[in-house]
Write a protein that binds this ligand. Structure first.
Ligand code: GLY
Ligand code: MN
Ligand code: MN
Length: 459
């Protein structure tokens, strides 16, 4: 965790953004696999981590906006716990690390909050995302209260701009991803299983932190966007899509995708599609800077993709009109990127309308932008992913052809020739700077076809 002054300053800034009342932040508890002592790896709630830095279960906190006082709620471990867990810091010691002077037993949380409610003070809460969180709020309030929009906006306005110490942590996670992805490239040859590559990558992530920041995607079926199976064995001539990132022990994350030719040589056809995706990725870096709406970067990347596909005969008609109609959705049915930080999809539990959109830039249902989860204006300090892709999803192609969707822009007989091609995605992590942006990580993971081919170990 950072020094206590970081958390003191963050809580002070949070209080300054709110009109009054108290903020209730619930930390996460353990999540059992089958019984309480056999739990999934503990993951702290990221907003709690942001304001308190304490990465242990069963904590909660109240920040009194009017007095500026913070109280940490938690219980000291008993000897019975310590037999299993080893010596643990006391709640007082934890509070000190977070710059908090007041501590209370966890069981007094409900009564304390009810006391504030009884006095007519506003209690700001966030929307829970686990069943346990709903249960806790119900226990305290008798019902699950509406999340405080004032609090959500205040939290987003802080978490969405990363400080230098946060960026250092994200870059550490990016450097871990560099090692993960170059290892995957080296292993990408016929006969190796997807599972072996996933395992090697996860091992690297664990050696340098908490492990991966989400379920790694390691698949020759790249057109299946969230393919978490690792049951394939690599075959020469196919493409392996690897989407994986790391989580530092501080909780900060990375998220990168590379698409690798099995055996180390792209075919001419693969290279043609690959270079279009790479051009879209590079173009996003060329135009992203403070003040630009990310939905416009999404559309600009879509234009590069449709322009490139027109050159190959898959797309027809005026490209600007094809983009406006959303023809790119057939090839890239996802957004260009999302914010990244303590969560790999940073803050998305707080509500997309506050994180990816705002009063000025609203989510649209149009085909052209409906997949875009991050659309609002970029600001200095934001971290976003840049992840264009081209996929050939047989079911989507068949549906569009049957419906005649975008038939004035898509030349289906040619597109159908790519069924079985799979998919290509190239994902980098970008920091918005006052003058534009920069790629996060010490080095860019090999990305040109020549660079990738040179890393794959040929046998
Ligand atoms: N792996 C999910 C993503 O890139 O957003
Ligand atoms: Mn990803
Ligand atoms: Mn991503």
């Amino acid at each position: 965790m950072f020094s206590s002054s970081t958390y003191i300053e963050r809580r002070k800034a949070l209080s300054g953004k709110l009109s009054g009342g108290v903020v209730l932040l619930l930390g996460n508890g353990e999540s059992p696999i089958n019984y309480h002592a056999n739990a999934y790896r503990f993951r702290q709630d990221s907003t709690f981590l942001y304001y308190f830095g304490l990465d242990l279960p069963d904590l909660a906190a109240i920040v009194d906006v009017d007095s500026g006082q913070a109280t940490l709620f938690g219980d000291d471990f008993t000897v019975d716990d310590i037999i299993w867990m080893g010596p643990q810091p006391s709640v007082k010691e934890l509070a000190e690390k977070a710059g908090v002077h007041l501590t209370c037993p966890r069981r007094s949380l409900a009564e304390t909050v009810q006391g504030y409610v009884g006095k007519g003070r506003k209690v700001h809460t966030l929307r829970p995302y686990r069943a346990e969180g709903y249960g806790e709020l119900r226990e305290i309030f008798g019902t699950v209260p509406d999340a405080s929009v004032e609090l959500i906006r205040a939290v987003v306005s802080m978490r969405d701009k990363k400080s230098a110490e946060e960026i250092a942590q994200i870059e550490y996670a990016c450097d871990t991803a560099y090692k993960m992805h170059t290892t995957a490239m080296q292993m990408c040859r016929e006969g190796v299983s997807e599972r072996e590559i996933a395992g090697a990558m996860e091992g690297i992530a664990l050696r340098r932190g908490w492990g991966t920041s989400f379920h790694s995607i390691v698949s020759q079926r790249g057109e299946v966007l969230h393919n978490h199976n690792y049951d394939g064995t690599l075959e020469n001539g196919r493409l392996l899509l690897v989407d994986a990132g790391a989580e530092a022990t501080s909780g900060y994350t990375s998220d990168n995708t590379r698409t690798i030719p099995v055996g180390g040589r792209f075919s001419g056809r693969q290279k043609e599609i690959y270079d279009i995706v790479l051009a879209a990725n590079n173009h996003a870096f060329e135009i992203s800077r403070p003040g630009v709406r990310y939905v416009d970067v999404h559309l600009a990347a879509a234009r590069v993709i449709l322009d490139g596909l027109q050159g190959l005969g898959l797309v027809k008609g005026p490209v600007d009109e094809a983009v406006a109609a959303g023809a790119h959705y057939l090839f890239m049915p996802h957004g260009l990127g999302h914010q990244m930080g303590l969560d790999v999809h940073d803050m998305e539990n707080l509500g997309e309308q506050y994180v990816g959109y705002d009063d000025e830039t609203r989510r649209s249902d149009d085909l052209a932008t409906r997949a875009c989860r991050m659309g609002r204006r970029l600001e200095t300090g934001m971290v976003v992913t840049v992840e264009p892709g081209i996929y050939f999803v047989p079911e989507l192609i068949a549906k569009w052809r049957a419906e005649g969707t975008c038939s004035e822009f898509v030349y289906f007989p040619k597109v159908e020739k790519y069924i079985g091609f799979g998919g290509i995605r190239l994902e980098d992590d970008m920091l918005i700077t006052p003058s534009g942006n920069r790629l996060l990580g010490e080095r860019r993971i090999p990305i040109t076809t020549d660079e990738v081919e040179s890393v794959v170990i040929k046998v």
